[in-house]
Structure formats: structure tokens, C-alpha cells
Design a protein around this ligand. Structure first.
Ligand code: GUN
Length: 303
């Protein structure tokens, strides 16, 4: 008689598919190395380095940290840095005068006025005063109009970084359903038009969108730039999609989180950016690239 089969209870682990992490830190480092090489070549050919003026008004700690990072990157890649720090009480007229002075300085090829500015300053008129040729932030109305019309011009740094990360995943944007959550001039609106330029089918969502979950569930590509911690739930994410999280939100425990519920989203997305270490490092890398681009364009305009 054959003996009765013995059933051994083995533990059963269900391994949910996990998204591949998009390493913004590594990509930003690669962009910086490439820009550094190109800047060395620019310097050899023309005898001077591209120059970036950074303007910090007031004592907002987060802005000071960002600007410090931008100045450090200048030193690392060989951009000549022109730092300007003004007190919080600086008047609109004084700030306008500084921007006009920087517009006229030929060794300054890019001007970055760190936002947000103190409340008594009209940011729009400051941004409009920056020479569009030196608008490395891509925030001048002329730069944004060019983007909307699909013409060449300066593009904002964070959206440029997002596009680079998307391209590195190999996702085919042509015809893809792209959902942009957030409609700021700095991120949401320019990203939407840059995706449109690449032939994606773009839906823009915002705080008044009726059914954000349903919109997100349709997204082959999701760009989260709402500025609210983990507002986009992991269960909304379309399986196999690419998720780019632009949000940086500090929780009460001091931890940084994005606009997407990261752990749950990892179980559905094919690719996802972590926070921190995703989009964040790309902004400064693309600012260096924009400064070089601005210096090159000013060369052709002058000659
Ligand atoms: N504040 C937060 N991000 C940015 C940026 O990309 N440019 C400027 N000027 N200010 C910012």
C-alpha cells in the first residue's frame, strides 16, 4: 500500500508587482556631468563661462536652501555665479532696479529670482521685467507664450526635468493618456504643454476636478503637482503606468512625502519617482542646462 501523501504547509507569499524606481539623483548627476563638459568647451571657445545671477529676497528657509543648492551647482559645473541677497523689506522699486541692472550685465546670461517673493512684492511684474533672453526659469510671459505656441524658447526647469525622467523610462508619449494634476505656472501648465508638444493626450486636473480618482485611473502617465501630501491614493493608479511625483511636502514628523501615496502606488505603477530623490534633483540640473542654452543664444544674438 502506498503511504498517504503528506501535505506540508508551506508559507505562501504573494509578491505584488513592484514599480521600478526612477532615480532622479542619478539622472541629475548625469545631466550635470554632461553640462559641465559642454561648459568647459564653451569656455575654451569663447573665453568666458556662462553666468547665472540668483536673487534671494527675505529669509524664507526653504528658499534659502534651494538657492544655496543652485549656487553650489554653478560652482560644480563651471557656471559663473552672481549671488544677490536682499532683505525681506526690499521695495518693489529696488528689486526692479536690480533686475534691470542684471539685464544689462553682459556676463550674466541667466537671471533667477527665487519664488515666492515677500507678499508686498508683485511677482508678476518682477518676472516680466527679466529680459526674456535671460529667463532661465522659463516663467516670463513671452517664454510661456512660445511654449503654448509650440515655438522654441526657454522652458521651466522642473518640467524639463520631468520630461527627461519620462524619456529615460522609454515610455512612448505619442497618443498616451497623460494626466497632469496641478495647474501652476511653474509646473502644471508648462508640463501639460510640453506633453502636448510630444503628442500625448493631455488632461489637466486641479482642486476643483469633480472626480480626480476617475481621471487618475485613466492615466498612462501621471504627473502629480498638486502640493498636497499623498492626495493621490495608490489605489487610483492605473496598473502599468508611469508616475512622476513633483510634490515635496514636509509632514509633522519631519518626513518628506510626495503628492502620491507612494507605497500603494508602487504596487500598481510600472515606473515611479520617489520623494525625495525623484524630480527634486532634476530642477537644478536643468537650470544649469538652461543657463548654458541662454549663453549660447545670446552669443548668436550678439554676433
Ligand atoms: N521656487 C520653487 N521652485 C522654483 C523655481 O523653479 N524657480 C524659481 N524662481 N523659484 C522657485
Amino acid at each position: 500500500m502506498p503511504s498517504a501523501p503528506v501535505y506540508i504547509a508551506t508559507p505562501f507569499y504573494y509578491a505584488a508587482p513592484m514599480a521600478q524606481l526612477i532615480d532622479g539623483k542619478a539622472t541629475a548627476a548625469a545631466v550635470r556631468v554632461a553640462v559641465k563638459t559642454e561648459i568647459a568647451e564653451f569656455q575654451r571657445t569663447h573665453g568666458y563661462a556662462p553666468g547665472l545671477a540668483t536673487v534671494l529676497v527675505g529669509d524664507d528657509a526653504a528658499s534659502a536652501t534651494y538657492v544655496r543648492g543652485k549656487r553650489k551647482a554653478c560652482a560644480e559645473v563651471g557656471v559663473a555665479s552672481f549671488p544677490h541677497e536682499l532683505p525681506a523689506q526690499t521695495t518693489q522699486a529696488d528689486l526692479l532696479a536690480l533686475v534691470c541692472k542684471l539685464n544689462a550685465q553682459s556676463e550674466v546670461h541667466g537671471i533667477l529670482v527665487q519664488l515666492p517673493l515677500p507678499k508686498h512684492i508683485d511677482s508678476d511684474s518682477i518676472i516680466e521685467t527679466v529680459d526674456p533672453a535671460k529667463d532661465v526659469d522659463g516663467l516670463h510671459p513671452l517664454s510661456q507664450a512660445r511654449l503654448v505656441q509650440g515655438r522654441e524658447g526657454m522652458r521651466p526647469c522642473t518640467p524639463l526635468g520631468v520630461m527627461r525622467l519620462l524619456d529615460d523610462t522609454g515610455v512612448d508619449l505619442k497618443g498616451a493618456r497623460a494626466v497632469v494634476a496641478g495647474r501652476s505656472n511653474l509646473v502644471g501648465k508648462p508640463i501639460a504643454f510640453m506633453l502636448l508638444e510630444r503628442h500625448a493626450t493631455v488632461t489637466m486636473c486641479h482642486s476643483r476636478t469633480r472626480d480626480l480618482a476617475a481621471e487618475v485611473a485613466n492615466a498612462d502617465v501621471l504627473i502629480a503637482a498638486i502640493g498636497r501630501a499623498q492626495m493621490i491614493r495608490g489605489a487610483w493608479i492605473k496598473p502599468g503606468s508611469v508616475v512622476i511625483d513633483v510634490g515635496i511636502n514636509r509632514q509633522s514628523d519631519g518626513k518628506l512625502v510626495g503628492d502620491v501615496e507612494f507605497a500603494a502606488a508602487c504596487e500598481r505603477a510600472a515606473f515611479i519617482t520617489p520623494v525625495p530623490g525623484g524630480v527634486g534633483p532634476m530642477t537644478i540640473a536643468m537650470l544649469m542646462q538652461n543657463t548654458l542654452t541662454a549663453a549660447r543664444r545670446q552669443l548668436t544674438v550678439r554676433s
